[in-house]
Structure formats: C-alpha cells, structure tokens
Design a protein. Structure first.
Length: 450
C-alpha cells in the first residue's frame, strides 16, 4: 500500500504500518544490533609489550643547550626567526639527526618578510598509517639565546630522538620529530606544517606531544590535559618518580600543540612555567621560591644556560622519552574495539543533514572490510531518513536510503561496511537527513566496531 505524503495522518500511518507488517513486509535493513553489548572493557594497564624507555642523560641534554648558547653568542645574541642564529640552530640539530639515521627534511615558509624553517625528522619504520609526533619550537625571541624558551624543549626532543637511534627502537607506530620555526611570532611554523599537511596525512597522526619550556629555574610540573590518554601517560611517569603534577592552565593555544589540536589530533605535553608566579602551595609541593615567577628570565636576555633547573630538565626529558616509548610501542588497538558517541543530535524535519562524530585514534593501518556501524535513531516514519557513514577522508557509505512506504519507526540496526580502503584513524561521521515533511526524531547514539 503506497501512501502519498499527504495521507500520512497518524491514523493512516498506523493502518499502513499494520498492513505492511501483516504482509510480512518488515523493512528493517539489517539485523537488530546487539546495542546492549557491553562497551569494550576499560583499557588494561600498560601492555607488557610496551617497552620501557631508557634514561635520557642530562649531560647530553645540557651539551645541546651549550651548543645553542654558543650559536646565539656567535649570531648576534639570539636564535630568533629570520636571524642567522635560528638557521645555525637548525643545522646543528639536523646534523645530529642525519648522523643518527633519521630521514630529515626542512620545510620553508615565510613569516614577517623572512624565511622560516621547520625541521622534520622521521625514524624509519613503524606503521605509516599511525604516526606519533613529538615537537618543540627551536626559535628564541630576539632579546636572548632562549635556552629555557625553548632550548630546553628542543634539546630534550633531540636527545630523545638520539636515544631512539641508540636503541635502534622498532616502534609499532611511525615516529616523527619536529623542531618548529617562528613559534614566538604566533606558532607560525607549526601552523604552516599542519595547514599544509594533506587531510589523509593528518588523519594518520595518532598524537602530537609538545615540549615548550621544560627546564624553568623555579619549576612547576605541569601536564597538558587536552587528551586523556596522553595526559595519563605523562602523569603515570611522574607518579612513578613521586613528583606531583598540575594541569597546565596558562591558557590553551599558547604553544605549538594548538594547530594540531585544532585539526582534531590528540595532543599533550609538559611545561615548567613562564612568567606566572609560583604559589606557596606549589612551593610546598615542588620546592623553589613562592611569590617568584617560574622563569624570571622569560623572553629576556638572561634566558641563558644558567636559567635552567637541572632536576626539572632531567625529569621532563625522561618523561618525554617515557611517553614516546610507551605511546610509540604500544600494541595496535586489538580488533573488536568499540568507539561510541552517545550524544543526542536532533534531526530537522525535511531539512539539512546532521552529523555525529567519532574520533578514532591510536589504531594502525586501515579500517576492516567488515567495519560495523551500530545506529540508534528515534524517528517516526523512518522512511524519511537517509543515513550515511562518512569516512575521515570524506568518502560516504550509504547505510540506509529513504523510502516513501517505510512507515515503521526508528532505525536501530547494525550495518557492515567494507571500509578497507579507509585509514582507520580520524573523524568518522554518521550523517542523517530527513528528506520528507512531518515526523522528526534524533540520533540517540552510534558506534563503530573494528
Ligand atoms: N608561548 C610559550 C610559553 C608559554 C606560555 N604559556 C604556555 C603554556 C604551555 C606551553 C608554553 C607556554 C613561548 O613563549 O614560547
Ligand atoms: Zn617564548
Ligand atoms: Zn616557548
Ligand atoms: Ca519528516
């Protein structure tokens, strides 16, 4: 029995519905889902196969700081964007990495009328579809050598990369290290990198770890709280050495993790403080001087090799290595993992499509040929609805088309999609559109099972 759109008074609808059921014309497009299936078990403790990081020798990190200091002294007193001291710093870091077996590349950009440079170093191996990045800005302000800001982060990331080489580490993920230019001008180097990374490449980045000011002379121990898994990795390290931490609260967007976060990439990092003042409670917890800035030489000419707290630099360098080893060698997320979004999204009647997003990260490789999309939509007369699964690169997979005589209510179904052409990591979207007047509803939630 076909009903025209205008016949769809509730009474007529009920009749039509009964008639269709009597004809055994049940139109559900997929077997009912096990939506009540328990969510994936909480992640176990660190998998035994995650390797333990080596100690990062403080002396090696400080030797890099001495080099940065000498470079500044030989180049007008700074290592700022557009100045010879910056390029000399980059050449120093690049030479170390080339000698250690990294594949390095220098990305150029223009900022404030001068050429800027990012240094990217890839450690050969690991899953190219799951890239763990760690970075720091290499530039200083023009008023000084920038040893804490940010020689400290640059030296720690360099020495951790060299430790990867010394260990001939074979991570599950592909490791990529970066030293950014022109951070002090507004995160311009990291913004240039992210903005010029193709979406397919961006989707492969499982996380970005940022290290900007990690040796402040009156240090605090701050952990970024952007991504829970990365935050936990860092906090576990500090708990293991009995050092309390606080959440970094000097404001989002203050360093090179910001462009990655804006692109939907999980981020984290460490920070020992800048011009903010250490409180008495913090001095109780960490030592140091209450009522004094974490770094009194922030953006000043006195940000030299004496402007470093060795304990803080050592702890944060080791924490960086712990995070890179842990996140870089953790086993690929086992199959059967469920990713879920249970936020209600109302569906406008006969209107624009709406979407609900699930961000998948930490997986290696592509999605499976039997990717399962469990859908839970409340909506009278479900024939109004068109439902698509949209992969991170924008490819749409039709799960359900509209139908003028599908008068049953609600779409509660699990669809199996061959998504083997799609990279697993990234933002997957359920897209729903109501294409006929009357009847409305909402997405209650949906899930992806790999
Ligand atoms: N923008 C950084 C210093 C800085 C200030 N607040 C934070 C928070 C987190 C990381 C870094 C910072 C600079 O001057 O390079
Ligand atoms: Zn700075
Ligand atoms: Zn900085
Ligand atoms: Ca409708």
């Amino acid at each position: 029995m076909k009903l025209s759109a205008r016949d769809r008074t509730p009474g007529a609808r009920r009749l039509a519905a009964c008639t269709l059921l009597a004809l055994g014309g049940l139109i559900a497009s997929a077997a009912p889902p096990a939506l009540a299936a328990p969510a994936a078990p909480a992640p176990a403790a660190l998998a035994p196969s995650a390797l333990a990081a080596p100690d990062i020798p403080l002396a090696n990190v400080k030797a890099h700081l001495s080099q940065f200091s000498s470079i500044a002294a030989a180049n007008g007193g700074n290592r700022a964007h557009g100045r010879t001291g910056y390029k000399a710093s980059l050449e120093y870091v690049k030479a170390k990495l080339d000698a250690a077996g990294f594949t390095t590349s220098v990305q150029q950009f223009t900022a404030s009328g001068a050429t800027g440079y990012n240094l990217i170093a890839d450690w050969p191996g690991g899953d190219p579809n799951s890239v763990l990045m760690a970075g720091s800005h290499l530039d200083s302000v023009s008023s000084g050598a920038g040893i804490n800001d940010n020689g400290s982060g640059s030296a720690a990331v360099l020495e951790t990369a060299l430790a990867v080489s010394r260990a001939q580490l074979q991570p599950t993920k592909h490791l990529r290290f970066a030293w950014w230019g022109a951070e002090e001008l507004g995160l311009l180097g990291s913004k240039h990198y992210v903005n010029n990374l193709p979406a397919t490449e961006r989707a492969k980045v499982s996380g970005y770890l940022n290290f900007d000011m990690i040796g402040s002379p009156n240090p605090g121990y701050f952990v970024y709280d952007d991504d829970p898994a990365i935050e936990k990795t860092f906090k576990d390290y500090f708990t293991g050495i009995g050092v309390p931490t606080e959440i970094e609260t000097e404001g989002d967007g203050r360093s090179d993790h910001a462009p990655f976060k804006s692109a939907g990439i999980p981020v984290g990092g460490l920070f020992t403080g800048a011009s903010n003042t250490k409180t008495s409670a913090q001095a109780q917890k960490w030592g140091g001087t209450a009522g004094q800035a974490f770094d009194r030489c922030y953006h000043s000419s006195c940000d030299g090799t004496a402007n470093i707290n060795d304990t803080a630099l050592d702890r944060n360098s080791d924490a960086a290595a712990h995070a890179i080893w842990t996140l870089g060698t953790e086993p690929a997320v086992p199959p059967g993992d469920v990713y879920e979004n249970t936020t209600d999204v109302s569906i406008p009647d006969n209107g624009a499509a709406v979407t609900s997003t699930i961000t998948v990260s930490g997986r290696t490789g592509n999605a499976p040929a039997t990717l399962k999309a469990g859908v839970d939509i409340t909506h009278t007369w479900r024939g109004d609805l068109v439902v698509d699964l949209v992969a991170p690169d924008g490819t749409a997979y039709r799960l359900k088309s509209s139908s003028s005589n599908d008068s049953a209510d609600n779409v509660i179904a699990t669809y199996t999609v061959n998504a083997s052409a799609e990279v697993a990591n990234g933002d997957w979207k359920l897209r729903v559109q109501d294409v006929a007047a009357q009847d409305t509803g909402r997405i209650n939630g949906w899930k992806l099972t790999f």
